[in-house]
Design a protein around this ligand. Structure first.
Ligand code: HDE
Length: 734
């Protein structure tokens, strides 16, 4: 007789177990499992029953011009399948892009957690990571102002662990009860279905202004964090406080962080909006291309750990998801790294069908009583049942664990496992002739036996009452340009609000964050000066203030988070007939050696002829790859080429727009003519920040060391990401 673990239902799982990775090659376990489900196109077409299709162009008709026959089962099968190709999109986080990879821990975390995948540095745990925007539909643009989802599925040997986080460490609301309201407020307004993927409309700000607990997250959402340059250049956060529990049952509270190797970088708002039109797939493409090119994005997993008895040591409540723990108060320990190294084979089967759930945990990781997290624990399975058509979504290849699983759950829509045997209940004695029962004593997942505080009530803890102190900390922590961007974002969003009373209410709230911020925002909105007292008198306002031991936290700003590298940065080299190919080549080589990716951008596809009559292949045109697709621009020397470019409106716009978006620009010799409308001349010393102006003789043919110097200066300028402090950018028309 078989033991329950041996029932045929587990055959596939046993096969997976047979492929159990040995230490050191664990990252392949998921890939090998997926391989069993993948198929390639073949020359011979069949129906779903395997019948060869004789003709895939014509339906069965009564005569060549007659009506189509109902009998045409081949046509009907094909069309019926097509009719059902779509599934409901996610209610939130509908638009996403994903990749496979692996995670490895640096050293054993056994002191803090029993989680097996955090014990052995030799083990690589396969992961599948899905990034997303929140508000927009599946087909919406990537670069909208929004929070980004950062969901990681670890396929561990103890079951799947999902760390379902965001790129912002706090959330809008404190209690799950408000989530449907928040989402209804931010989604397109229900009467006319507008706007798509944007918070800049009345219902969102109406809700936000009536719910001061949103204030801290609003500060983040109005910062450049909400318009990332790349999914590869974002932080990730678990948001809630979780628990680590070690083998002795001791618990630490833990906050999870993902720290990107490439630093944290944002777009300019004008740039983000333009990209949304010029390439709606900007982030998806960027992630895909980086992985295809072997530039695997990488993050370090960081944890902030707080001993159980220090729960109340902070003034704010660790259970409040609108609060973060500044890194200056509890340092982030980097405990491992994640590398994304493989694109999905099929967008629908993997990126679309992957089902995350914060309740997918492994022994050693547990929940806190954060009321937002507690609500999520219900929501995610429920939503998959409707989105993925039933309770068997765990059997979809992308969702299957790589370790064996067995239970007596049976049947349901789309069940694939063929469970053999007489018994589907526990305890039983018929399964293998011996009595089988789960004793629940010590093995498997054990909930941390926290003592709870009665009584049962429907109330918010007073320790959640301070809504402004950390919003202020965030604002104070920004660099000067980042502060300006936040002010500009509030101005933009609130200017889209048609009801003045909503605009007024919002700036009244902001006065509790920073008086000057509120005033600057209000100035352009056609409303009264901010009135802090009016805000304090409104329902929902809480007067409680806790003291933060610090006034600013440098870890909260994005400025200077790059690692000095320009790897994967995209540089446009503007060319026209008569370009000086020698200076172009010298500088190109310099920046490519540093890791940049260059494209020759010209007036048309094909070739241009250099001053020395060499034919240069053009990669893109000023119109099909405008400046917003690049991080930097190089305009090489060459009198005739520069003259042609300066007479081309698209080329001039290209450079001025890059200037406006504070990107690194390098002009060589006559190339500087494209900046002439900004009064920028050939004097390198007078060049604005991030603009490298090289006079012609310096990069004259053959002067390799001078060219190298220019390339180095350009690399340094690109590595700064953007020159937000650049003067007179407003002089450039948008
Ligand atoms: Fe989610 N969230 N959420 N959420 N969430 C979903 O689950 C929900 C929250 C997050 O790439 C849904 O499968 C509730 C916080 C990500 O597939 C749904 C509450 C955080 C993703 C859902 C929250 C998140 C989701 C929609 C408050 C950051 C995308 C489709 C109680 C820590 C995962 C789905 C992916 C997706 C519910 C709040 C992150 C409806 C009820 C806070 C990254 O179940």
């Amino acid at each position: 007789m078989r033991k329950p673990e041996d029932t045929p239902m587990t055959q596939q799982n046993k096969a997976a177990a047979g492929r159990r990775p040995k230490p050191g090659d664990g990252s392949q376990a998921k890939q090998e499992q997926l391989a069993a489900f993948t198929s390639d196109n073949v020359a011979r077409l069949t129906t779903n029953q395997g019948l060869q299709v004789p003709d895939n162009h014509n339906s069965l008709k009564a005569g060549p011009r007659g009506p189509t026959l109902l009998e045409d089962f081949i046509l009907r099968e094909k069309i019926t399948h097509f009719d059902h190709e779509r599934i409901p999109e996610r209610a939130v986080h509908a638009r996403g892009s994903a990749a496979h990879g692996y995670f490895e821990v640096y050293k054993s975390m056994s002191q803090f957690t029993a989680a097996e995948f955090l014990q052995d540095p030799a083990v690589k745990t396969p992961v599948f990571v899905r990034f997303s925007t929140v508000a927009g539909s599946k087909g919406s643009a990537d670069t909208v102002r929004d929070v980004r989802g950062f969901a990681v599925k670890f396929y561990t040997q103890q079951g799947n662990y999902d760390l379902v986080g965001n790129n912002i460490p706090v959330f809008f609301i404190q209690d799950a009860m408000k989530f449907p309201d928040l989402v209804h407020a931010v989604k397109p307004e229900p009467h006319h279905g507008m706007p798509q993927a944007a918070s800049a409309h009345d219902t969102f700000w109406d809700f936000a202004s009536l719910m001061p607990e949103t204030t801290h997250m609003l500060m983040w959402a109005m910062s450049d964090r909400a318009i990332p340059r790349s999914l590869r250049m974002m932080e990730g956060f678990g948001v809630h406080t979780f628990r680590f529990v070690n083998a002795r049952g001791e618990s630490h509270f833990v906050k999870f962080h993902w720290k990107p190797k490439l630093g944290i970088h944002g777009l300019a708002w004008d740039e983000a909006q333009k990209i949304a039109g010029k390439d709606a797939d900007f982030h998806r493409r960027d992630l895909w291309e980086a992985i295809e090119a072997g530039d695997f994005p990488e993050w370090e997993l960081g944890v902030q750990m707080i001993p159980q008895d220090k729960e109340h040591a902070f003034g704010f409540d660790l259970l409040d998801p609108t609060k973060l723990i500044p890194e200056e108060m509890v340092p982030v320990q980097r405990i491992g790294r994640m590398v994304l190294n493989r694109n999905p084979d099929n967008f629908f089967a993997e990126t679309e069908q992957v089902a995350f759930h914060p309740g997918h945990v492994v022994p050693g990781i547990d929940f806190s009583n954060d009321p937002l997290l507690q609500g999520r624990l219900f929501s995610y399975t429920d939503t998959q049942i409707s989105r993925l058509g039933g309770a068997n979504f765990h059997e979809l290849p992308i969702n299957k664990g790589v370790c064996p699983f067995h239970n007596f759950q049976r049947d349901g829509m789309h069940r694939q496992t063929i469970a053999r045997g007489q018994v589907a209940y526990e305890p039983n004695s018929l399964g293998d002739g011996k009595e089988f029962r789960v004793d629940g004593a010590s093995a498997g997942f054990q909930s941390f036996p926290e003592e709870l505080e009665p009584p049962k009530l429907r109330r918010r803890s007073p320790s959640f009452d301070d809504h402004f102190t950390q919003a202020r900390l965030f604002f104070n922590s920004q660099s000067a340009p980042e502060k300006e961007h936040i002010i500009a974002a509030f101005r933009f969003e609130l200017s889209k609000v048609e009801v003045p009373a909503v605009r007024q209410r919002m700036v009244d709230n902001l006065a509790h964050v920073d008086e000057k911020l509120a005033r600057r925002v209000a100035e352009v909105l056609g409303i009264n000066a901010p009135d802090a007292k009016a805000a304090a008198g409104r329902a929902g306002f809480r007067a409680h203030r806790f003291t933060m031991p610090i006034d600013e936290s440098r870890a909260l700003r994005m400025a200077d988070t790059g690692n000095g590298s320009i790897k994967t940065r995209k540089v446009a080299i503007l060319v026209a007939d008569g370009v000086d190919s020698a200076s172009l080549k010298a500088i190109r080589e310099g920046i490519e050696q540093a890791g940049a990716q260059c494209k020759l951008v010209g007036p048309r596809l094909g070739t241009v002829a250099s001053a020395s009559k060499r034919q240069l292949d053009i990669d893109a045109t000023f119109v099909n790859m405008p400046s917003v697709m690049f991080d930097a621009v190089l305009v090489p020397a060459g009198a005739e080429g520069a003259r042609t470019l300066a007479a081309n409106g698209d080329a001039v716009h290209f450079v001025l727009e890059a200037y406006k978006h504070c990107k690194a620009i390098c002009t060589v010799g006559e190339g500087v003519e494209l900046l002439a409308t900004l009064g920028i001349g050939a004097d390198p010393k007078a060049a604005p920040s991030g603009v490298v102006v090289a006079a012609t003789p310096v990069t004259n043919l053959g002067d390799a060391s001078a060219a190298q110097q220019v390339a180095q200066d350009f690399v340094a300028a690109i590595a700064k990401h953007r020159h937000w402090d650049r003067a007179n950018v407003d002089a450039v028309p948008a």
